[in-house]
Write a protein that binds this ligand. Structure first.
Ligand SMILES: Nc1ncnc2c1ncn2[C@@H]1O[C@H](COP(=O)(O)OP(=O)(O)OP(=O)(O)O)[C@@H](O)[C@H]1O
Ligand SMILES: [Mg+2]
Length: 726
């Protein structure tokens, strides 16, 4: 029988092996393989190269379908093989000249078979992000981006080249040269939102339904001039007036590509000519402020686009109020040049001598035993009735922080029931170093005794209520403390160790999170980062991989589930408000009952992080665990971007508009559809439809099985990668 010839087409990259089937099917049955009768055939394979009329015999073999499948090779011993099983042709290590038609001829007792296969061979397509062209207009950059995608090929038909972004096809034409080279150019005005996106180039060979994709490298770079978004000064103070002795954090937040460079400068009060450079990074901290720190602080940010420098700048005047004692203590010498300490010492010595004399005389005069007994009893009595703690604490406060003596508060807080347990004597607490400033707290690294009267010391974080806190802020502070007291410990929630509220300043002792905030932790460990400078210590951080990112996301859900059990919600769920302890364990901090969080957000309305807020929080100031789920979706986005916040280039109003109009953040190029779906499930408009925490946890653990397919770190937007030491 002569079996109808069939075309079986293939396409392959140079260097690969291909198998060309002899397609011996009759009425859908593979006649060579499925026939149980022992049969012997002769097979001949011929090759007709592209643009050639001549065919060459490349393989001849006798095959026995009942023998064990084995490879038979003839002719060029290293290149062509046929399978004893089905007479298919295996071509090893193909190159461009292997393209063309392959014909298979099978001859048996009653069989004559002839089929052809068309082989298309190509070199891996290459994509290039060509140097963009720039024009400048009104201080803005007009950038035209150009990509090319080209392919060297051989085949009886030319390939088609397509550019795609996500599922969208982008219009381009393809140029062909000598039937061996094709190129498609894509030119467009890029939009900021495309930054870091993958533009795919697909080479399609029509008859073979063959597809290859190449991702542009480097990713699309969209340059835009630097913009100083905001300057944040913390702690907040009316008119930027601060008391001396304070630590003040100045933060400058800018956007731009290339990455902005920062410069903080300072002009002291009344001397505009003397400008000093303070720092070349986004944050500058004034520690222990004094009158010399009063003046104009300026943050200048710059970036350079193709040789053109863009600048943005902002200034703030900071006033320092010097306290009375600051004026008197520094150089205590009298006009005559004699130190008042010396005078004081002389007076004390004289008084002491007089006292001794008085005692000696009294002793001689009142030798009566009974009188002395009475005296002793009286003294003991007074000592016992005095509040021991207060006495000790006063001394301790004096020892640790002299400025606090004046503001001793006498009305005790209303936390009687547990107070005896949680309260820690002030003498057992030491404030060591101020590490951060919250809205109305100073955060200190500290030490405290582990148990009363023990010599064991533990490291703690101490939140200290600021000196001039408002009534409302006191309430928030105590509220946070009260909530912490009732909460059962959980590994993903920061642990309350104790508090001190006998006198102001009130203190809250918490488990110390040594890796800082999750934002800092992710930033230090982002791809490319190795060593970072924290204060004067060099700290090495391991780079985080995709599995770790998912584990972090899961730890946060664990903590949130624990809070939910106690009907608590989070205060501003963001990477900058989550702490990381030893071993990279996430610890939640800052939560409360919904009505408390609502009140606090209303009070601190100016600093609302709109980028992570749900539509109902924005519209109606509703905060509950379902609004936390929304924020959690944004937190996921932040985690896979190593702490970067979304919408960096948008103003607050624009972000709100986006969220309220139902727009959602787009799928990041390095995020799988499944992981993105989880984010979308958190961003359901209808709060009741949002995914619940246990379900989120389930999805995360499923994704963790093939984590590297869900967070493609190789495709991480450039802006997330490490560029310079922090
Ligand atoms: N337990 C801790 N261990 C280490 N650092 C901490 C701890 N608690 C707080 N911090 C540091 O202090 C900063 C401010 O603390 P926290 O966020 O709790 O205060 P806040 O009152 O909520 O302030 P804000 O409103 O600015 O977020 C944190 O960003 C972190 O850097
Ligand atoms: Mg905070």
């Amino acid at each position: 029988d002569l079996i109808n010839s069939q075309n079986v087409n293939q396409a392959a990259l140079v260097g690969k092996n291909v198998t060309l089937s002899c397609a011996m099917k009759q009425n859908g049955v593979d006649i060579l393989h499925n026939n149980h009768q022992p049969k012997k055939y002769n097979v001949t394979w011929k090759h007709t190269p592209v643009h050639s009329q001549k065919s060459i015999n490349i393989l001849e073999a006798e095959i026995d379908t009942q023998s064990h499948p084995r490879l038979v090779h003839t002719a060029d011993g290293n290149k062509y093989f046929t399978s004893a099983k089905d007479a298919s042709l295996i071509v090893l290590d193909i190159d461009l000249t292997d393209a063309g038609l392959y014909t298979c001829l099978v001859q048996g007792d009653s069989l004559l078979k002839n089929s052809t296969a068309d082989l298309f061979v190509l070199l891996s397509p290459q994509c290039h992000n060509l140097i963009p062209s720039f024009t400048y207009h009104n201080g803005d950059v007009n950038q035209q981006t150009l990509f090319d995608c080209n392919v060297h090929y051989r085949g009886n038909k030319p390939p088609i080249i397509l550019w795609k972004h996500d599922k969208q096809e982008l219009n381009t034409g393809t140029d062909y040269h000598n039937n061996t080279f094709a190129m498609a150019t894509l030119s467009f005005k890029p939009d900021k939102k495309y930054d870091g996106y993958r533009f795919l180039c697909l080479v399609e060979y029509p008859s073979a339904k063959f597809l290859t994709a190449c991702q542009t490298k480097p990713p699309l770079q969209i340059y835009f001039p630097v913009h100083l978004n905001k300057m944040i000064i913390k702690p907040q103070a009316d008119e930027y007036v601060y008391n001396s002795g304070k630590s003040i954090n100045l933060d400058c937040q800018a956007s731009g590509n290339p990455h902005p460079k920062y410069r903080w400068t300072f002009k002291p009060k009344g001397d505009n000519s003397a400008e000093t450079i303070l720092a070349m990074k986004p944050r500058y901290t004034i520690t222990d402020a004094d009158k010399r720190n009063e003046g104009t602080y300026n943050c200048t940010v710059t970036n350079n686009i193709n040789g053109t420098l863009f600048i943005d700048t902002q200034t703030k005047y900071i006033k320092i109020n010097v306290k009375q004692e600051d004026n008197t203590t520094p150089n205590p010498t009298t006009s005559a040049g004699v130190s008042p300490y010396a005078i004081g010492a002389v007076i004390c010595a004289v008084l002491a001598v007089i006292l001794i004399l008085v005692f000696v005389i009294l002793g001689m005069k009142f030798r009566d035993q009974c009188f002395l007994m009475q005296m002793r009893d009286k003294r003991t009595h007074t000592r016992l009735t005095r509040d021991h703690d207060e006495n000790m604490d006063d001394q301790e406060i004096e020892l640790l922080d002299e400025s606090l003596q004046s503001s001793v508060r006498t009305d005790e807080p209303q936390y009687g029931r547990l107070k005896l347990y949680w309260e820690i004597p002030r003498k057992d607490i030491r404030l060591v170093e101020e590490i951060a400033a919250g809205s109305f707290v100073e955060v200190w690294k500290g030490k405290m005794k582990k148990y009363p009267n023990s010599s064991e010391i533990q490291k703690v974080a101490i939140k200290k209520l600021i000196e001039n806190a408002t009534e409302q802020e006191r309430k928030f502070f105590l509220g946070e403390m009260e909530v912490q007291k009732m909460l059962q410990p959980h590994p993903n929630v920061i642990l309350l160790i104790g508090c001190y509220t006998f006198h102001e300043p009130w203190l809250l002792m918490l488990e110390y999170a040594q890796e800082g905030t999750l934002y800092e932790y992710l930033q230090y460990s982002r791809p490319g980062a190795q060593t970072v400078q924290i204060s004067s210590n060099s700290v090495h951080h391991k780079n985080i991989n995709s599995h770790r990112l998912l584990a972090i996301a899961a730890q946060v859900v664990n903590g949130l589930m624990h809070l939910q059990k106690f009907k608590l919600i989070y205060y501003r769920l963001k990477t900058s408000n989550i702490l990381v302890g030893r071993g990279g364990i996430c610890k939640l901090t800052g939560f409360g009952f919904p009505h408390e969080i609502t009140e606090r957000n209303q009070y601190e309305n100016d600093t609302l992080p709109v980028e992570c807020m749900s539509p109902e929080s924005l519209k109606e100031q509703i905060y509950n665990y379902r609004t936390d789920i929304w924020s959690y979706g944004v937190l996921l986005w932040e985690i896979i971007h190593f702490g970067l916040s979304p919408y960096l280039h948008l103003e607050r109003e624009e972000i709100e508009d986006d969220i309220l109009s139902g727009k959602r953040l787009e799928r990041p190029p390095h995020c799988s559809e499944d992981l993105y779906q989880l984010m979308l499930d958190c961003w359901q408009e209808d709060p009741m439809k949002r995914k619940e925490y246990p379900d989120i946890l389930q999805v995360l653990s499923n994704l963790a099985a093939d984590h590297s397919l869900h967070i493609l770190l190789d495709s991480l937007p450039e802006t997330c990668k490490f560029t310079q030491a922090v």
